[in-house]
Design a protein around this ligand. Structure first.
Ligand code: 44T
Length: 840
């Protein structure tokens, strides 16, 4: 605790004079300061905080002197408010504190941490960013910022800005339109301002831009000013749907430019934005009969429209992230666990709890994919026809037939589109294009193991009832018969398609088997992949069973009064095992299935707890040997009901690596707590982690991390601004499909010992010899997780649920084959940092 009892030094002549001038104020200040210090001393943080507020508001000259004590008081009081659930009060205090100290990086960072814990990630990120701007060498804020920068400025901004082809095509289309007479322009969703700047540069008389993200809006303002266009482009921080004429822009415009499209085309709300724009922001469209053909008196949109394609694919990687593919997990049978599924599911009836699609770059999926059908056009949309846009949501569900060209299991439908910028030019987001675009993936849940055969036709329903384009495989036409795939076709909606009665019976049967029952348990895609990770569970089961038999054997050997060991016929107590993995985990259940074990799980969601209990029942695990730790926190007696041993736990499971490839936050703190709770002979699983990595040259990683120079961004000066949001560690990397050259062999970078605190260090230097000449641009890394002396799991294993991470170097290092380089590896608060230097 900072020194709370010291008296403030008189801070300068002016302050002294003021104090002399107002004795009543001085009296109040000094008594409040005294009270603040007393309260602080007696750990009465709420009143201490109020006293400090009063003092510092009345006597700002004490700010320097009281800063540390004020911080301490604020943080302690905030902790109390947090545990009491008084969230409004908590943020109220921070706001008051920031009014007093608006440029205080420590307060900003701490407020960011609270915001983050409560799920306000964007706001949290904004606070860390501000803290870091105020004090660039503040490591806590830097690490926090790196963890959340992705939410503030999504990584695809770098990709899009580095995509010269895309930028150029947009620029040419805009140039043509402006030179053709569209001289008033609105850029919807301007991002860094690039399309608006294209319009200005092409000679547009008036350019407006809007952007709903605060960070992107601020960035756009900086970029536009740096390019000397701040007088020429009016940027608004708002959603286009809130814009009005003449409040926000003086009159309607003749051109809207936008790239508010996601991989599924409509996910960023382009339909709604354009309907609104046509009604409120754009001049009337040019129509055949329209009297005026003057482009400056009519409105139009770039892009002019889009054509959407879909195809069916077989893909193991998609399958294992969306449905259970194994019948055994560890030693457990999960054959009855079909109720587990990923949240990505698309039926023609929108369901808010589900995401209709995920996105993937098909060409980069590990293990690849097989196209089972030809790509087929499923929709064409004209952005210049407002009636067409408005009609989309009321349009009946359309059925399209995809001819099957190759035999395979139906795992997903993939969707992409061609964006027609104007009559001449278009962009494609297809899987074969060399672009930054991903495809939208609609995983197939219902047709478990359904094999499509050449000559079949897959019937897909296409709908657009809410903001999303939805695709749903409903049936297969085989030899003139329709085989239902689970989602019952609705004859009213199917335009002119009448299913035969037999087919209807089939699909009714299928939907009886697969209809979502109330006990369906939804897991994240990464959790599904974890369940499908047989290696992981087999290794844990083996290591655990070894430990259990050892401990059981030990507990049977009791000392008799004469000191001679005797064998007890029955185990005395159950062994206690705790799984503190975050998210869904079966490790506790695997432990409980060994018998003589009482296992506690940290799974919190009630649906997931029910799923575990169902599986326990199905596997004959005795009632009572599986319990949920968090249900017991109120009732400590229930947990600590074993008086015969001093410490409770025989084994504690930690999930030490996040799916994204980073060490789990606070892992080492968790491990040391866990060690304190172990009985004699007990173990923390895993007991050790080895971080491995190698040197690579990868342009892809560079392009995904930062905007490279000015060329790609049409010679506009954008890179230095957006690159403030560059983070040195790239996560969710798939090393097996990363385009790169390996410049060295894998080396051991770091060891984390979870069983022995003394074995740890926080930085290490590693010498690596290069095997090829090239430019070191990154160091991908992964982990060997040692469960015991003999059993280990690698996070790089094929079919692992883990992805990898890579440190991307700020300055690539040119090396020649055989040269030695030195890596300075550091671990600070679970974050790994690596610097690469030439040796010598
Ligand atoms: N990502 C594609 C989607 N906005 C692009 O705030 C392709 C993803 C992608 N502003 C990998 C690769 C790729 N009014 O800054 C955003 C957003 C803003 C609006 C004002 C509105 N109505 C909107 C709607 C959106 O527009 C910006 C661009 S959205 C583009 C999304 C490279 N992963």
């Amino acid at each position: 605790m900072p020194n709370a009892s010291a008296r403030p030094k008189q801070s300068g002549r002016r302050a002294r004079r003021r104090r002399r001038e107002d004795p009543a104020r001085n009296e109040l200040v000094s008594s409040s300061l005294e009270s603040a210090q007393q309260c602080l001393f007696s750990q009465d943080y709420g009143p201490a905080f109020v006293h400090y507020l009063l003092v510092l508001n009345l006597a700002p000259e004490f700010k320097d002197f009281a800063r540390e004590s004020f911080h301490f008081t604020l943080f302690k009081w905030a902790e109390e408010l947090d545990s009491a659930g008084r969230i409004q009060d908590l943020f109220g205090c921070y706001e008051q504190a920031l009014e007093l100290f608006p440029a205080d990086e420590v307060i900003l960072n701490s407020m960011g941490e609270h915001l983050f814990r409560m799920g306000f990630r964007d706001e949290a990120a904004g606070h860390f960013f501000k803290a870091l701007k105020l004090k660039p060498d503040y490591p806590e804020a830097r690490e926090n910022f790196y963890r959340v920068a992705n939410w503030l400025v999504e990584r695809w901004h770098f990709l899009m800005l580095n995509d010269h082809g895309r930028n150029r095509k947009y620029q040419q289309a805009i140039q043509k339109a402006v030179r053709g007479g569209c001289t008033t322009v609105l850029d919807i969703g301007t991002g860094t301002g690039i399309l608006g700047m294209c319009a200005k540069k092409a000679g547009a008389a008036e350019v407006y831009a809007c952007e709903l993200s605060k960070t992107m809006y601020e960035l756009a303002c900086e970029v536009v000013a740096a390019n000397g266009m701040d007088g020429g482009i009016k940027i608004l921080h708002m959603k286009s749907l809130e814009m009005e004429v003449p409040k926000d822009i003086p009159h309607r415009v003749s051109l809207v430019v936008t790239e508010t499209v996601d991989a599924g085309l409509f996910g960023e709300g382009i339909i709604e934005s354009l309907i609104h724009a046509w009604h409120h922001l754009l001049l009337p469209p040019q129509s055949g009969e329209s009297a005026s053909r003057d482009p400056s008196a009519t409105g139009r949109v770039i892009p002019a429209g889009a054509t959407v394609f879909a195809m069916a694919v077989e893909c193991l990687e998609i399958r294992r992230h969306n449905k259970l593919c194994v019948s055994e997990v560890g030693s457990l049978s999960v054959a009855t666990a079909e109720q587990l599924r990923s949240p990505v599911s698309c039926s023609t009836e929108p369901d808010d709890s589900m995401e209709p699609y995920t996105t993937e770059r098909l060409s980069r999926l590990p293990g690849g994919y097989t196209a089972l059908t030809e790509p087929l056009t499923v929709l064409h949309i004209d952005f210049n026809q407002v009636q067409e846009l408005e009609g989309l949501s009321s349009r009946p569900v359309q059925r399209v037939r995809l001819p099957v060209v190759r035999e395979g299991e139906l795992d997903a439908l993939a969707l992409w589109f061609q964006l027609h910028l104007d009559e001449e030019s278009s962009l494609s987001t297809g899987p074969h294009e060399d672009t930054c675009w991903e495809q939208a993936i609609y995983p197939e849940h219902t047709s478990k193991g359904f094999l499509l055969k050449g000559g079949d036709e897959l019937i897909v329903e296409v709908s657009c009832r809410d903001a999303y384009l939805r695709l749903c495989s409903v049936a297969v036409l085989r030899a003139g018969r329709e085989i239902g795939l689970g989602a019952r076709p609705d004859p009213r909606d199917s335009s002119g398609f009448l299913p035969n009665p037999e087919a209807e019976l089939c699909s009714a049967l299928a939907s009886l088997q697969t209809r979502r029952r109330p006990d369906v348990c939804v897991l994240e895609c990464s959790e599904m992949a974890l369940l499908n990770n047989s290696d992981y569970h087999r290794s844990f089961a083996a290591a655990l069973s070894k430990l259990i038999s050892q401990l059981k054997a030990d507990s049977r050997i009791l000392e008799d009064p004469a000191g001679v060991p005797t064998k007890e016929p029955f185990p005395v107590d159950p062994l206690y095992v705790l799984d503190v993995s975050e998210g869904f985990s079966l490790l506790s259940l695997i432990a409980a299935s060994y018998g003589g074990v009482k296992a506690y799980s940290s799974v919190e969601k009630s649906k997931q707890q029910e799923a575990l209990q169902r599986m326990a029942h199905a596997n004959g695990v005795p009632e009572g040997s599986l319990a949920f730790w968090l249900n017991h926190s109120e009732d400590e007696q229930g947990v600590l009901q074993r008086p015969s041993r001093e410490k409770l736990w025989s084994a504690i499971f930690l999930d030490c690596v996040e799916t994204c490839g980073l060490v789990r936050q606070k892992l080492m703190e968790k491990a040391s707590l866990a060690r304190c709770l172990l009985e004699h002979g007990g173990r923390v699983f895993p007991h050790k982690m080895v971080v491995l990595g190698l040197l690579v040259e990868s342009d892809t990683l560079l392009l995904e991390s930062a905007v490279q120079g000015r060329e790609a961004t049409l010679d506009f000066n954008i890179a230095p601004f957006i690159n403030q949001f560059t983070v040195p560690v790239h996560v969710f990397l798939d090393f097996s499909t990363l385009a790169c050259r390996h410049l060295s062999k894998p080396v051991q970078l770091f060891v984390l010992d979870l069983m022995d605190a003394n074995a740890n260090y926080d930085n290490r230097e590693v010498q690596v010899q290069t095997t090829l000449s090239g430019r070191i641009t990154a160091v991908p890394f992964w982990y060997d997780i040692h469960l015991d002396e003999n059993i280990r799991v690698s996070t790089l294993a094929p079919n692992s649920h883990w992805k990898q991470a890579a440190v991307v170097l700020q300055r690539p290092l040119e090396v020649t084959a055989g040269e030695w380089v030195r890596l300075a590896v550091k671990l600070h608060n679970s974050s790994i940092s690596i610097e690469v230097r030439r040796d010598g």
